[in-house]
Ligand binder design. Structure first.
Ligand code: CA
Length: 377
């Protein structure tokens, strides 16, 4: 198997389109075969040239890692008397897979009997395909020998798993191991978070590279005017599909007071957090409440009315009586003045002989008022 580790993706939509196109191309090129495929040349060449040929046309010389792979090659490849070069080379005295730099033990079970023997400066490796003895085994050979290149073509690349996972490839197959926060056969889908709760008296705005409520999305919370945010102002959608932190609260501004009225009581209940803070007033026995009976705290932190006060019934009665007397007196005075004015106006319009003489008794004011039609006034 061969692994290709890739970085996290940037922009899921573009990757999805890319992946789809790549899939179509692969199907067309490989005859509906996905995964690792093998190729060889009928021309023989030295090891270095063989590798270059593989690099140019395919991916590299084969890197065999299990017995199933060897069995597959031995079964499907034709027998060549010169056999095939594979992707193992002695580097600094150690047998190494050239594609992965992975070290190979001298006692690896894939070697043919009594190999590697380094008989003629043998720093490269061939594989015996369909050989009568040591079928499918490895032999160290001089790198200048002429053999057939045995190449592989990898299907996995940076976009196979949508840039969001590790592509693991086997013969004609591959799988994607998705990075945290991604899912799907090709890691093409970001993990979703449920839409977070919006705080009462507030709102939120969310966005992210894979959607508003997906892995790596951020939601920012705000409160209406008059409310202050308590809690974390941001929540992030994590790889497990959960939001970090908890829902913040929009707390209303507290109203100050109100003070208890003299000779009375105040009873407050509710909370400014839910905009239900209210105070009710009452007075002691013998006192009358003057002003609003109830006030509430609005979002701006102000009471809906001024605090009332408590007045004794005697005080109220005296005030009422005084007000009544004063009003009645003013009314009578106004009537008298109005009556006199009308009298003088009438006398001026009478003939000289009908006007009252100075020594005559002045007419009773009450008569004046009786003559008036007060309903019309
Ligand atoms: Ca040998």
């Amino acid at each position: 198997m061969r692994n290709y580790r890739v970085s996290l993706r940037q922009g899921s939509q573009q990757v999805k389109v890319k992946w789809f196109l790549i899939l179509i191309c692969d199907i067309l090129m490989t005859g509906y075969t996905l995964g690792w495929t093998y190729h060889y040349s009928n021309t023989t060449m030295d090891w270095a040239t063989a590798r270059q040929w593989c690099n140019t046309t395919y991916t590299d010389l084969v890197a065999i890692q299990n017995q199933n792979e060897i069995s597959y090659l031995n079964k499907t490849l034709p027998r060549k008397k010169d056999y095939y070069w594979i992707g193992i080379r002695k580097i600094n005295g150690t047998w190494t897979w050239i594609g992965t730099n992975e070290k190979i033990a001298e006692k690896d079970g894939h070697w043919a009997e009594k190999e590697p023997n380094n008989k003629l400066h043998e720093d490269c490796v061939e594989i015996y395909i369909k050989r009568d003895e040591d079928e499918g085994k490895w032999n160290d050979e001089n790198c200048g020998k002429q053999k057939h290149p045995l190449c592989f073509k990898a299907h996995c690349n940076a976009t196979t798993c949508s840039n969001a996972g590790e592509c693991t490839e086997t013969i004609n197959n591959y799988t994607c191991k998705c990075a945290p926060g991604f899912k799907g056969p090709h890691c093409q889908d970001a993990v979703q978070c449920e839409r977070p709760v919006i705080p009462q008296y507030g709102w939120m705005d969310c966005n992210g590279p894979h959607g508003n409520h997906s892995y790596m999305s951020t939601c920012k919370f705000h409160c209406a005017e008059g409310f202050s945010l308590q809690g974390q102002p941001e929540r992030n959608c994590n790889a497990s599909g959960e939001w970090t932190g908890s829902t913040p609260v929009c707390k209303g501004v507290d109203c100050k007071g109100p003070s208890e009225p003299k000779d009375g009581y105040v009873n407050c209940s509710g909370s400014s957090t839910t905009s239900s803070l209210a105070c009710e007033f009452s007075c002691s026995k013998g006192f009358l409440l003057l002003g609003p009976k109830k006030v509430t705290c609005n979002p701006a932190g102000l009471w809906t009315g001024k605090s009332p006060f408590c007045a004794s019934f005697m005080y109220v009665a005296a005030a009422f009586a005084g007000t009544t007397i004063l009003s009645t007196s003013c009314f009578l005075f106004f009537c008298l003045m109005h009556c006199r004015k009308r009298k003088k106006t009438v006398q001026k319009r009478l003939p000289e002989e009908d006007r009252p003489q100075p020594d005559e008794e002045p007419e009773d004011v009450s008569n004046c008022m009786e003559e008036e039609n007060w309903e019309e006034v």
